[in-house]
Design a protein around this ligand. Structure first.
Ligand SMILES: [Zn+2]
Ligand SMILES: [Zn+2]
Length: 563
């Protein structure tokens, strides 16, 4: 498996593994009194400053939490970005272990600014208020953006002018240094930081991070805090050996330069897909992108990655020291297949290359019309963006709630009822919209009904399940790739199950099409006839059992007994 989920998903860099194996000989003093630990600390000081005080710990959450424990009292507070690892990914460990409040600030790109921070430095010396005592920034940020040295200096000045400490969560500090072409010292203590959580695991280590203080004035008592917090490694030489490898021959920099480069490549390649939008500057080793919601889970079947913001359909893709160009080209090609991007101009459904170009009435939009299967789809540059689609979706449903919708559902149900009543016990309404009207009607008829909608019910309840009935009303005209969705339906359909689709069939005439009301909705991008559904169904061993004149199509497995 290759993964873009996290830089923790990659393995251990071979040099690091070799260093661990080399350290595994003879006996040695425990708890950091050994030569390897001294050497590793020396190497880190060479990179961060001679006065630094370095302490190894097991993991990044501990490095962050203990940085706070060392410097703050329980009535003091840490100001950080709402997206910070401290706030979102540590299960409340900072609050539980330090008793300090986190004061979180919303940002657009993961970066705090003095202007954003200043209003939160308040209530000083007032016993009713928690006392802000630390600003914590993440470098590079959880959004893959990087603070410039100047930006850090300004935050440090603000912190120090109010007697606050500046902490840097440096889980990915190497990627930031690589991006800025600066030394690790320049972007940390040289820019005014007081304490740094130094990463390792995300840049090729097996495990092991460190807390680095600017000097011993900040680190007094820390050895006791570390032990009391269960972070003192007895065989510390094995953490140290890894850091020695990381800081030898600039391995940290080579790894970071490589993963940054892979992220840029990934972003450049994804930009070629008109349906995908990159949402953050790619400065370190992550790419944030909006991918059309219907396709995310299909892409994830082959490559794992996280959905960062479900509402925005925004995903996070991470690269690491061992991501290859091959990984990226296969991922992008798989994504293109799923979304149905034209690699050459041929019909997505029947592969016909003889496509007619037709237009809307004002000739502002171009469509491809396949005369073989009847499929019509809009030129990719005219695709709506996600926000537009969601807004339109809300409008469209509400507007039709009072007029056509209930009637359409009743029609659909009577078609299903007339033909197939007895055997339907379970149903999935795919693309149910903001209010599950149809699902409720089905439930009233005693059918156990699941709902899914990428915007309004995004949990993929259908995974590992099959259904007697899959309904999909007024969705197909919004799809970039109906083939992928039909494939998904086939997978989740019981042997004698049926798929009930509604979408308005187009008039099969380019002049009438140009005037057709249905194409005026900006988010309608795919149009079908009976014949299109016959082709589409046949791709997956399905067949059209029934089509009404206007807008209903019932599909089942070939040889389904339809009565
Ligand atoms: Zn076709
Ligand atoms: Zn629609």
């Amino acid at each position: 498996m290759r993964s873009f989920a996290s830089d923790n998903n990659s393995g251990v860099h071979p040099n690091v593994m070799e260093a661990i194996i080399k350290a595994n000989s003879d006996h040695s003093i425990a708890y950091g009194g050994d030569d390897l630990t001294l050497k590793a600390i020396d190497l880190i000081k060479n990179n961060f400053g001679k006065d630094c005080d370095v302490f190894f710990v097991f993991n990044g959450t501990a490095a962050n939490v203990l940085s706070i424990s060392a410097l703050l009292k329980p009535y003091e507070a840490v100001i950080c970005a709402s997206t910070s690892h401290l706030n979102t990914d540590e299960c409340g460990a900072p609050e539980k272990n330090t008793h300090c409040k986190l004061i979180t600030i919303e940002t657009k790109n993961g970066k705090l600014t003095p202007d954003a921070i200043e209003p939160y430095i308040k209530g000083i010396d007032n016993e009713h208020h928690v006392q802000p005592k630390m600003i914590s920034i993440t470098q590079s940020t959880e959004y893959g953006t990087v603070y410039t040295i100047d930006e850090i200096k300004k935050i440090a000045e603000l912190a120090h002018s109010h007697n606050l400490y500046l902490h840097i969560d440096g889980a990915r500090i190497y990627n930031a240094a690589a991006h800025l072409n600066a030394t690790l010292k320049d972007i940390t203590f040289g820019a005014g930081a007081d304490v740094v959580s130094l990463g390792g695991t995300k840049n090729g280590l097996l495990f092991g991070e460190a807390v680095i203080f600017k000097n011993i004035q900040y680190s007094g008592g820390f050895k006791f805090i570390r032990k009391q917090s269960m972070q003192l490694a007895s065989k510390m030489r094995f953490i140290a050996a890894q850091f020695i490898a990381l800081f030898s021959d600039d391995l940290w920099l080579k790894n970071a330069l490589h993963s940054n480069k892979m992220a840029r490549l990934l972003s450049d390649e994804l930009k070629k897909i008109p349906q995908i939008k990159i949402t953050q500057n790619v400065e370190a080793n992550s790419v944030f992108a909006i991918i059309p919601p219907y396709y995310i889970s299909l892409i994830q079947q082959k490559y794992f990655f996280y959905v960062w913001n479900e509402k925005k359909s925004e995903v996070r893709l991470m690269t690491s020291f061992d991501t290859t160009e091959e990984d990226i080209s296969s991922f992008v090609s798989h994504t293109m297949d799923i979304i149905g991007v034209e690699k050459e101009n041929k019909c997505k459904i029947c592969d016909n290359i003889d496509l007619e170009i037709i237009f809307n009435k004002k000739k502002t939009k171009k469509y491809f019309y396949c005369k073989k299967c009847g499929y019509i789809y809009v030129e990719p540059t005219k695709l709506p963006d996600i926000d537009q689609e969601k807004q339109r979706y809300l409008l469209h449903n509400n507007a039709e709630e009072n007029s056509g919708y209930p009637e359409m559902f009743e029609n659909l149900l009577s078609v299903i009822n007339d033909w197939h009543n007895e055997s339907i016990k379970t149903a999935l309404d795919f693309g149910c919209g903001p209010t599950p009207v149809l699902a409720n009607l089905l439930r009233k008829r005693g059918i156990e009904t699941d709902i899914y909608d990428p915007f309004f019910a995004p949990e993929k309840v259908y995974e590992n399940k099959t259904y007697d009935l899959i309904t999909c009303t007024e969705v197909f005209e919004h799809l970039f790739n109906p083939v992928a969705i039909m494939e998904l339906f086939e997978k989740h359909l019981n042997k004698n199950g049926i798929i009930a689709i509604t979408t308005h069939f187009h008039p099969s005439d380019s002049e009438k099409f140009a005037e057709w009301w249905y194409i005026r909705d900006e988010t309608h991008i795919s149009f079908y006839t009976h014949k299109t559904f016959e082709y589409l169904a046949s791709l997956f061993g399905l067949e059209v059992l029934l089509c009404t004149r206007k807008n209903i199509c019932i599909i089942g497995k070939t040889n389904t007994k339809f009565y």
